[in-house]
Ligand binder design. Structure first.
Ligand SMILES: Cc1cc2nc3c(=O)[nH]c(=O)nc-3n(C[C@H](O)[C@H](O)[C@H](O)COP(=O)(O)OP(=O)(O)OC[C@H]3O[C@@H](n4cnc5c(N)ncnc54)[C@H](O)[C@@H]3O)c2cc1C
Length: 463
C-alpha cells in the first residue's frame, strides 16, 4: 500500500501553492506549511487503517461505502480515532473526499435516470482510482459567493461562483474561485461540488468534477498560519494543523470522464445537501475527538492551579464533557438510524444537524470553561525565548499547586487552546466549517417530521 514517503514525494508535482503572496517551491520543506503536510501524512502511519474490499483489494477504511449502521459506526470510529492520533486535530485527507464521493454515488444515479447520462459510471471509475491508489482529497464546495443576497448568475462579477466557461469535445473549461478549501494545498485530488441549489439561469454554475492538485490553471492561496507564526509558545500547532485555501480555477480544463454534473441545475441542491449530511456526520465524529484536547487540558490546568475539587470548576469540566458527549451521542445515534438512498446508508440527517447545530452554538462554552479554570495568566504570560536567568524568576513566581515549570508547561497549552490565534481559528471553525448555523436550521426546519407532535396536541384538544 501507499506509504507516507510515497505520499510526500507525490506532493512535489508542480502544483501552484502560494503563501503570503509567494509561490511555494516545495511544500514539503516549507518552514510553515510542512506542518500541514506532516499532519496529512500521519494518516499513512495510522495503524489498522485498511480493510479488505474484495476486488478492490485492501483499501482505506475511509473509502468504505456505508451500507448499514455498522458501517457508519465504523466510519465514526476511524474519524474519531484518527483525530486522537493527530493530537486532537481532525485529519481531513480522506474524510471529506469520501463524504463527497458517497454523495456523488447517490445523486449521479438519479441524474442518470432522469437525463440518460452516464455519471454513475464515471463516479464509480473515479472512486476506484482514488481508493486503489490510496489518494488524499480536498473538497471545494463553498464558493467565494460575492453579494450573498444575489444568486450566482446575478453577481456583478460572473466568476464569483465556479462556472462552465467553455465546452469542448473532450471536456469543459471552468473558471471561478472556492473559499476555505481545507488541505487542498497538500491533497492529491480536489473534488468540486456546487454549494447550493441552482435555477435554470444559473445552469452554468451547476457543475461538479474532480481534478488533480497540479492541474494547469489551478491556484491555491493558503491562509496565514497565525497560530504557528504568531505564537512563540505554540506547542500543538507545531505538531498538527490544517490549512485552507482560496482555490482559484483560472480556466481549468476538466476531461469528460471527471465531470459529474454538467448543467443539470435541478440536481445541484440534492448533491449539496447529501454531501453536507455526510460531512456534518464527519464533523460530529472529529469534534468529539477534538473535545478531548480541551478536557484533558482543563483537568491538568485545574490541578496545576490547585482548584480541581472546587464546585465551579466541576461545572466548567462538566460543560466540556457535555460538549464532547453530545457530539459523540449524536454521531452514534445518527449512525444507528440512517436513511437509505440508492442502497447507501446516509447518517440520519435530523440527528446529524441537531448535533452540528449544538456544536455551532455551544463550542464557545468549552473555551469559556478553559479560560475560567486557567485564570488571566493565559492572556498575560510571556516566554517562548531561550532559557535565561530572568526565566528562572518567572518559574519561581508562576508556581501553583505544582512547581513553576510544570504549571507553565500546561498553561502554554491552555493559552494556545483558549487565548491565541488558534482559539479564533477554532471558534470560527466550530461555527462555520461544515456549513453555517443557518444552513443546519433550514435543513432541520424543512425536513423535521412534525406529525407526532401535532397529533398529540390534536388528541389533547379533542379534535
Ligand atoms: C476552518 C474552515 C474550514 C472549511 N473547510 C471547507 C472545505 O474544506 N471545503 C468547503 O467547501 N468549505 C469549507 N469551509 C466553508 C464552510 O462550509 C463555510 O464557511 C460556511 O458554509 C459558511 O459560508 P461562508 O464562510 O461563505 O460564510 P457566509 O455564507 O458569508 O456566512 C456569513 C453569514 O451570512 C449569512 N448568509 C449567507 N448567505 C445568505 C443568504 N443568501 N441569505 C441570508 N443570509 C445569508 C450566513 O447564514 C451567515 O450568518 C470551511 C470553513 C472553515 C471556517
Amino acid at each position: 500500500m501507499r506509504t507516507k514517503e510515497d505520499y510526500l514525494s507525490s506532493l512535489r508535482d508542480g502544483r501552484k501553492v502560494y503563501y503570503k503572496g509567494k509561490l511555494v517551491e516545495d511544500i514539503t520543506t516549507h518552514p510553515v506549511l510542512k506542518v500541514a503536510v506532516e499532519h496529512s501524512a500521519k494518516l499513512f502511519d495510522y495503524p489498522d487503517r485498511l480493510y479488505d474490499a474484495g476486488t478492490l483489494g485492501k483499501i482505506s477504511k475511509f473509502f468504505k461505502v456505508p451500507k448499514s449502521p455498522q458501517d457508519l459506526l465504523e466510519r465514526h470510529k476511524i474519524i474519531y480515532d484518527t483525530t486522537i492520533f493527530c493530537n486532537g486535530i481532525f485529519n481531513i485527507s480522506q474524510a471529506i473526499g469520501s463524504d463527497a464521493l458517497f454523495a456523488l454515488m447517490i445523486v449521479s444515479k438519479k441524474i442518470d435516470r432522469k437525463y440518460g447520462t452516464d455519471y454513475s459510471k464515471r463516479v464509480e471509475k473515479y472512486y476506484e482510482y482514488v481508493a486503489k491508489n490510496d489518494l488524499t482529497l480536498a473538497t471545494a464546495q463553498t464558493d467565494v459567493k460575492g453579494d450573498r443576497s444575489k444568486r450566482p448568475s446575478e453577481q456583478v462579477d460572473p466568476d464569483l461562483y465556479v462556472r462552465i466557461v467553455d465546452v469542448r469535445s473532450d471536456g469543459i473549461v471552468v473558471r471561478g474561485a472556492k473559499a476555505h478549501t481545507t488541505q487542498s494545498a497538500v491533497a492529491d485530488e480536489i473534488i468540486v461540488l456546487p454549494t447550493r441549489a441552482m435555477r435554470e439561469k444559473d445552469k452554468d454554475y451547476a457543475v461538479a468534477f474532480a481534478i488533480s492538485a497540479n492541474t494547469k490553471g489551478l491556484k491555491l492561496f493558503v491562509r496565514n498560519v497565525d497560530e504557528l507564526e504568531g505564537n512563540p509558545l505554540a506547542i500543538l500547532s507545531k505538531k498538527d494543523l490544517e490549512v485552507e485555501t482560496i482555490t482559484v480555477f483560472d480556466d481549468v480544463f476538466v476531461p469528460w470522464d471527471r465531470v459529474f454534473l454538467f448543467r443539470e441545475y435541478d440536481m445541484a441542491g440534492a448533491l449539496a445537501v447529501d454531501f453536507a449530511t455526510y460531512h456534518r456526520f464527519t464533523a460530529l465524529s472529529y469534534r468529539a475527538g477534538t473535545a478531548n484536547l480541551f478536557l484533558g487540558t482543563a483537568l491538568r490546568t485545574a490541578e496545576a492551579n490547585g482548584i480541581k475539587d472546587e464546585k465551579h470548576i466541576r461545572d466548567d469540566i462538566i460543560d466540556i464533557i457535555m460538549y464532547k458527549e453530545i457530539m459523540r451521542a449524536t454521531a452514534l445515534s445518527a449512525a444507528l438510524s440512517p436513511v437509505y438512498d440508492e442502497e447507501i446508508a446516509i447518517p440520519n440527517p435530523i440527528l446529524t444537524n441537531v448535533g452540528k447545530l449544538y456544536s455551532n452554538m455551544n463550542f464557545h462554552n468549552v473555551i469559556r470553561s478553559l479560560i475560567d479554570i486557567s485564570g488571566g495568566i493565559i492572556a498575560t504570560m510571556g516566554g517562548g525565548e531561550e532559557p535565561s536567568e530572568e526565566a528562572k524568576t518567572i518559574v519561581k513566581y508562576l508556581r501553583g499547586a505544582v512547581n513553576g515549570e510544570e504549571r507553565i508547561k500546561i498553561l502554554r497549552l491552555a493559552k494556545e487552546l483558549a487565548a491565541s490565534s488558534f482559539t479564533g481559528y477554532m471558534l470560527t471553525t466550530m461555527i462555520h466549517a461544515e456549513g453555517s448555523m443557518e444552513a443546519s436550521k433550514i435543513e432541520l426546519f424543512r425536513s423535521y417530521d412534525y406529525k407526532e407532535s401535532l397529533e398529540l396536541v390534536k388528541k389533547i384538544l379533542g379534535e
